[in-house]
Design a protein around this ligand. Sequence first.
Ligand SMILES: Cc1ncc(COP(=O)(O)O)c(C=O)c1O
Length: 396
Amino acid sequence: MFDSKYYIERDKAVMLETYDRYPVVIEKGRGATAIDVNGKKYIDFAAGIAVNALGYADKNYVNAVIKQVKKVGHICNLYYNPTNIELAERVIAATGMKRVFFANSGAEANEGATKIARKYAADKYGPHRNVILTLNNSFHGRTITTLSATGQESYHKHFQPLTSGFVYPAENTVESIAETINENVCAIMIELIQGEGGVNLLDNDLVMGIQKLCDEHDLLLIVDEVQTGVLRTGKFLACNYFDIHPDIVTLAKGLGGGMPIGAVLANEKCEHVLSYGQHGSTFGGNPIVCAGAIEVMKRTTDPQMEKDVCEKGEYIRNKIKTFKNVKNVRGLGLFIAFDLINGNSKEVSREIAENGCLTLTAKSSMRLLPPLIISYKDIDKGLEIIKKSVEARAEK
Ligand SMILES: Cc1ncc(COP(=O)(O)O)c(C=O)c1O
């Protein structure tokens, strides 16, 4: 049997050096427990960055995927397929949107949203109207266009020229956003919780102000729910916490439950913007991925699960609030973050991994995104490990 060190050395020899990985080599998992090549167990409070909604090796998920791969693994999008039709129907029923396009990732979904927004505005007002306003500290993906949509300069460095047609307000306030709007702006794209940007929850006044500006200027409201969607926040969409009517919603991560998917959802205003040949994807809507996603949809639209996610989130936040050395405990559902009074979040997260719990960071914050199915027993086990490292740095 080979140990972690053996795999880490092999990885380092052949992979592009784009990830500052934790020294953890995961081989398998069950529920909310990941298991490394040495057999060491980790309580997973990361879920593959909000992906493994049903945890590892969920029986129904695995069966759905196996059943599908035995029938048909892939067909091209020039033919119809019952599995991706069913997924589309379920996604539409859960969100109230009108139509869906399936892609393979969050970035791709946001690329699709960008295309719809630009074409909607060009058809109605002319091609000059092609600019999308995004917020400071936003994160919308890693392709050249979605990097451009990402309102964080650190991500832009080294990759100029980026796609033109994105602007950011001086500040994330309604006034500043209003000042940034001109006749070339066609849409505003937001995350309701900025995940990669530090787990910043947008407040109701800001969100409602943005909706009002969209209504007044006929701008499309695009809500990027790649990280927040599919019950992560305790509602199927984070949009459901607000009285808003987005024109486009993007999903990815949790929807696939571990397999790559992205989805662009359009409302009645946008449902006919794209026509034959104007968008596509070889793998988008792949039946195996969709079969798994159907199982995710079945479970995440169950009202009991909604209740559980809200209660577990509340439970975790309340426990963390009792830890020494923490401040700004925040989040919705199982999208949770807190700050350390003392200590470096990356270092702490690494130590916690060493002690048997996987966590994430977001800027200088600690970020927790456990699988939605995590049990209270595993929550308690994971929190004990987190507490130890967090409190060890408390000022004496
Ligand atoms: C809000 C948001 N949008 C888009 C993306 C990009 O998704 P992907 O990595 O699947 O391309 C992410 C990834 O973290 C995200 O959090």
